[in-house]
Design a protein around this ligand. Sequence first.
Ligand SMILES: Nc1ncnc2c1ncn2[C@@H]1O[C@H](COP(=O)(O)OP(=O)(O)OP(=O)(O)O)[C@@H](O)[C@H]1O
Length: 279
Amino acid sequence: MPSETPPAIRLRGASMAFGDRVLWEGLDLDVAPGEFLAVLGPNGSGKSTFLKVLLGLRPLSAGTVEIAGKPARAGSRRIGTIPQQKTFAEDTPLRARDLVALGIDGHRWGPRLFHRRQINRTVDALLERVGASDYADQPVGILSGGEQQRLRAAQALADNPDLLLCDEPLLSLDMHHQRAVTSMIHHEACDHGAAVVFVTHEINPILQNIDRVLYLAGGRFHIGTVDEVMTSEVLSDLYQSPIEVFRTRGRIVVLGIPEAVEHPHGTGHSDALDEGHLR
Ligand SMILES: Nc1ncnc2c1ncn2[C@@H]1O[C@H](COP(=O)(O)OP(=O)(O)OP(=O)(O)O)[C@@H](O)[C@H]1O
């Protein structure tokens, strides 16, 4: 019997369309455990929909999707998600530490007393890793967007997931905390072998961490390393319009993305992976 570990994600002939609006077609992709895949593309290109397909929340129009060798299904506890940002209502009856604790699967921790102490210790360590110890006992609803986002990252990593799906996790974080959260996610991939799918509009903060890029645009896609995908030729082909890609001081600068598909951050796309899909 072959005992090969299946890929964390396997897509074969995967297509996604809403009516006659095609988001992508004929996508074949294996993502290995420990691999860091960045998903890029303009607003509406299908990045959040791609995450929903992996979560088993949205069926493909054609083709197959497997997670760790089994068809994608909703509710898997081995998948951690950092959803696109939404703020909590001011009166949400949860403290920062309660939110992080929600990410821990208590059943795996044995007898009750031990269990409570262990959970507290784990939560404290996670809060420290995202720089949230100072506000551990504050109600989540009074925290800033960036403070809440750090808690979501801690929650998603609490159980060392096998697959971590991140939908713009760095939005509203300052540079320091962007680095802290990115390094936590990267550590999860390197040290725990979690496959990471990281949806972003901004490639530069994670440039050092990316193994491959899936770039979605105009109903088509391109997959490869950063050097293979982030070129004037590939992006001009995807956008069907002349695009120039420069590298300067270790950063990638993309010029010429058509205005019709270029939207600033924070336009509040309504169909993002939201709070309801947390774990
Ligand atoms: N249930 C649905 N029915 C019809 N169209 C949908 C549905 N869900 C998503 N879409 C459309 O599919 C397209 C892709 O949406 P998606 O949220 O995946 O884009 P995105 O790349 O994540 O965008 P953004 O960068 O703005 O978050 C959008 O045009 C959206 O309106």
